[in-house]
Design a binder for this molecule. Structure first.
Ligand SMILES: *Cc1c(COP(=O)(O)O)cnc(C)c1O
Length: 356
């Protein structure tokens, strides 16, 4: 295994004093991880250094053609002071799936995780202790070749930064209003929808902006070909409780395979509930709503864990779900997942990894 060099900061920053006002993604810890890739040499020089700006050539390929991938995970502090990661090996595996799609050389998953654990351990005092707060961890890779020609980069950087983040729902689980997007599309089969890459987000900004103008929190994407099948919500996968079936769109290449989605399916099945991963038309959801069978809807993702959907707007149809309140299944899933993540309930699935 390569040696990870560590250069500690001589100027530690002041930590946020009020953890309830942290918000998301704007405060960063004292250190960051960097490793370089150069053709012929492979990934080399893994190091932890003080957090700060990096130098890039203006022709760096990532700035022009979007050869970038990323991950999103969290470190949780338990009541007894331990630090837990949630299924981090799944993030590393998914990073390599994204790498493969973007022609980025694969990383050694176990080594990358060791590097992340070391960074989290060094910056452990930045992990918030307030209820529901956590340390958001953002690994990312980008091509740095100084060359404005289109081809896969031969020089890349793998970095990890960490951001203490506040509780997603400071006032409790509030259902969100979601706008069903019928004109813009995010991804198509054969595209990059299943990869966690910046380009998918660039494609989503305009629709997101227009939805927000109409007071909707996020958009629900439909498939890019027929605009008929449900895909996912902004930064979350989506589930519907229809009668006694819990349905989530099948992974067919245009949807991001969420680790929260995977975990939710495993938990729901362990409770003996019927979960289907299958194509689902927005029309079917509307018909279920009209028949009074659409009982709950919720999004799943690392940031919010479970995000109940209180209203769906599709064209002229406004669907009010469960009277705009969180449903029983959504609440139970939220309690179970967050209970495992913060170590308040037994981790019978062996999903958490302790950072020492
Ligand atoms: C990251 C992400 C998700 C959620 O994935 P998790 O692993 O559950 O955090 C869902 N959709 C998109 C587009 C994403 O980028």
């Amino acid at each position: 295994m390569q040696e990870i060099k560590v250069e500690l900061t001589k100027h530690p920053k002041a930590k946020p004093t009020d953890e309830t006002k942290l918000g998301f993604g704007s405060v960063f810890t004292d250190h960051m991880f960097i490793m370089n890739y150069d053709e012929g040499q492979g990934w080399h020089d893994p190091r932890i250094v003080p957090y700060g700006p990096i130098e890039l050539d203006p022709s760096a390929m990532c700035l022009h053609y979007g050869q970038t991938v990323f991950e999103g995970m969290k470190a949780y502090r338990t009541k007894d002071g331990r630090i837990l990661l949630f299924r981090p090996e799944k993030n590393m595996a998914r990073l390599n799936v994204s790498n493969e799609r973007l022609c980025i050389p694969k990383i050694d998953e176990a080594f990358a995780l060791t590097c992340i654990e070391k960074l989290v351990a060094i910056d452990k005092d930045w992990i918030p202790t307030a209820e529901g707060a956590s340390l958001y961890i953002r690994p990312f890779i980008f091509a740095t070749d100084a060359h404005v020609g289109v081809h896969p980069g031969k020089h890349l950087m793998f970095m990890v930064i960490c951001s203490p983040s506040g509780a997603y729902y400071p006032e409790g689980l509030d259902p969100v209003k979601i706008y069903v997007e019928s004109s813009y599309v995010r991804a198509v089969r054969g595209g990059m929808g299943y990869a966690k890459t910046g380009g998918n987000y660039a494609a989503s900004l305009k629709a997101q902006d227009e939805a927000e103008e109409q007071n909707y929190t996020q958009v629900l994407w439909l498939d890019g070909v027929e605009r008929k099948y449900v895909e996912e919500v902004g930064t979350m996968n989506v589930f519907f409780v229809i009668g006694d079936e819990i349905v989530t769109p099948a992974l067919q290449g245009s949807i991001l395979p969420g680790i929260t989605r995977m975990s939710a399916i495993e938990i729901l099945k362990s409770w003996g509930l019927k979960v289907s991963e299958r194509p689902i038309e927005i029309q079917e959801i509307y018909e279920a709503y009209q028949k009074g069978q659409l009982k709950e809807a919720f999004g799943t993702g690392t940031a919010a864990v479970i995000s109940p959907i209180g209203q769906l707007k599709w064209g002229d149809h406004v669907m009010e779900i469960n009277n705009g309140k969180i449903g029983e299944i959504s609440q139970r899933l939220y309690d179970t997942l967050t209970g495992i993540q913060w170590g308040t309930i037994e981790d019978t699935m062996h999903w958490t990894v302790e950072v020492k």
